[in-house]
Design a binder for this molecule. Structure first.
Ligand SMILES: Nc1ncnc2c1ncn2[C@@H]1O[C@H](COP(=O)(O)OP(=O)(O)OP(=O)(O)O)[C@@H](O)[C@H]1O
Ligand SMILES: [Mg+2]
Length: 236
C-alpha cells in the first residue's frame, strides 16, 4: 500500500532549518528529564546558540514552570510560532490544555503530538531540545520516527531498577538506529556506574530555582549539566 500520510514530510520541512534535535529521554518518571531538558536549552541560549525547547509530555508538562513562563502563547503565522522565553523558543502541549489534565489516550496523544510537530514554525535553530514523555510508549516512538533524526540524551538515576530499564532502552535505540549522545546519571551519589558517561549530583538549591531561569543557571545542577554536555561535545 502506498504511504499517503503527508505528516513526515511536513515535519521534515518544518524542522528543515534546525541543525540538531536532542531528545531528552528516560524510562522512569520523576528522574529529572524536564529540569535537564529546560536547563540544557537555557545553557545553549546563554552561549549564543539558537535554541528551542519543546515539552512533549502530555501527562505532565512542566517546562513552563521551570522556565517561569507566564502569560505567553504561540503566534499564529502560517502555523504556530513559539514564543521566546529567556532566549529559548518554547513550545508546550500546556498551551493547548489550559493547565488541565488532557483527556487523551494512546493513539490520540500520538496524533496530537504529531500535529503539533507539523504546525510549529521553529525557523532557524542550532538545537531543538525535546522533553520526552517518560518511557518508550507509542507517543515516544512516534516522535522519534516522525522527527527522523533525533539524538538521544538518556537520563537515569542511581537505582538498580532504573539501570535495568536503561539497559533495555539503550538496546531498543540500537535496534532503531537512534544515536545515543550520552547517558547522564542524575541525583548521583558520586559512585561510578557502568554505562554512564556523566554525572549530576543532587542539588538541594534546585527546587527554589525552578521558575527563575537566572537562578537556575547559577545552580550546581546547571554546572554539572554543563560539564556533562562537554562530554558529549556541546561546548556550553
Ligand atoms: N539533581 C537534582 N537535585 C535535586 N533535585 C532534583 C535533581 N534533579 C531533579 N530534581 C527534582 O526532581 C523533581 C523531578 O524532576 P523532573 O520533573 O525534571 O523529572 P521528570 O523525569 O521530568 O519527571 P516526569 O516523568 O514526571 O516528567 C523536580 O522537583 C526536580 O526539581
Ligand atoms: Mg518531565
Amino acid at each position: 500500500m502506498t504511504n499517503i500520510d503527508p505528516r513526515p514530510s511536513v515535519i521534515g520541512a518544518r524542522l528543515g532549518k534546525v541543525k540538531r534535535v536532542i531528545a531528552v529521554t528516560g524510562w522512569k518518571g520523576g528522574i529529572g528529564k524536564s529540569v535537564t531538558a529546560a536547563t540544557l536549552a537555557l545553557l545553549l541560549a546563554k552561549k549564543g546558540y539558537k535554541a528551542g525547547l519543546f515539552d512533549l509530555d502530555f501527562a505532565g508538562a512542566s517546562d513552563h514552570l521551570i522556565l517561569g513562563a507566564r502569560g505567553i502563547f504561540p503566534k499564529e503565522e502560517k502555523g504556530l510560532e513559539p514564543p521566546v522565553v529567556n532566549g529559548v523558543k518554547f513550545m508546550s502541549v500546556t498551551f493547548f490544555s489550559e493547565n488541565k489534565a488532557v483527556p487523551l489516550r494512546g493513539a490520540n496523544i500520538s496524533d496530537a503530538i504529531i500535529e503539533l510537530l507539523a504546525i510549529t514554525q521553529w525557523g532557524e535553530l542550532d538545537f531543538l531540545v525535546l522533553d520526552m514523555p517518560p518511557g518508550i510508549n507509542d507517543a515516544a516512538l512516534d516522535i522519534i520516527r516522525f522527527v527522523g533524526r533525533a539524538e538521544v540524551l538518556a537520563v537515569t538515576i542511581p537505582s538498580v531498577l532504573a539501570h535495568d530499564v536503561l539497559a533495555r532502552s539503550l538496546e531498543l535505540y540500537r535496534k532503531l538506529k537512534v544515536p545515543v549522545l550520552c547517558v547522564i546519571e542524575n541525583m548521583s551519589s558520586g559512585r561510578k556506574t557502568a554505562g554512564v558517561s556523566a554525572y549530576i549530583k543532587t542539588d538541594r538549591a534546585l527546587e527554589n530555582a525552578l521558575g527563575h531561569p537566572a537562578a537556575l543557571l547559577k545552580t550546581s545542577f546547571a554546572r554539572d549539566l554543563s560539564r556533562a554536555a562537554g562530554r558529549f561535545g556541546f561546548p556550553i
